[in-house]
Design a protein around this ligand. Sequence first.
Ligand code: ADP
Ligand code: ADP
Length: 230
Amino acid sequence: GPMIRLTGVSKSYRGTVAVHDLDLDVARGELVCLVGPSGSGKSTTLKMINRLVEPTTGTIEVDGRDVTRVDPVQLRRGIGYVIQQVGLFPHQKVITNTMTVPLLYGESKATARARAEELLHLVGLDPAQYGDRYPHELSGGQRQRVGVARALAADPPVLLMDEPFGAVDPVIRGRLQDEFLRIQRELDKTVVLVTHDIDEAVRLGDRVAVFGEGGRLLQYDTPARLLGFP
Ligand code: ADP
Ligand code: ADP
């Protein structure tokens, strides 16, 4: 079955419908982009998958299990979450930020460090140059890249990403997107990525879910078919 399945999911906040009767499947190893205007329910959808938000109606399964029946700590251990305002630990160096979660899970220090360095390289930050900096000594785009490396360091099968490249300089965004695609394929991650940028959605997504007014899913298809190719 699919890695993620939402069935008849709705969410209202005091009368505001954020998400309306959503059915959505994400296959294992698939990268799905949620795209649509501001306020169309994309972020709410993402947060319901890791239970930061509870749906008003409907069911959500991750890896075949109803998320309300899984211990939230266990659930989030298997689901990385990357948001635009990355919550890096302000008093930890970049390298330590990237090592913290694997260390918590019992990884040896040497292994965690080697992995952190590899991932920082992967996201385009030379650990020799940036590893010993603190988050406030980085640009917004660099902080975001550390956030991606840190999420990958925990090695979760599922990654939820909310505008992960939003603060990245447009000149390097394309390169970072390509690198991320390569990593996602190589590590076989299932990814749900929110963006308001249709070009990004079409470039990255195996499938693209187009949201509209009132949190309605308007279309869910491959980029080629969305763009009208047979
Ligand atoms: P998007 O990610 O597409 O911009 P959101 O999921 O953030 O959309 O928001 C969908 C709708 O739900 C919007 O109308 C937004 O104002 C509303 N909303 C989101 N979060 C909250 C909240 N915590 N309390 C009240 N309304 C909210
Ligand atoms: P970006 O396009 O990635 O947002 P910026 O223009 O913000 O980049 O930053 C450019 C350079 O300045 C980067 O190499 C960054 O490391 C460095 N930098 C930004 N803020 C600081 C800081 N507070 N201390 C040290 N270096 C900084």
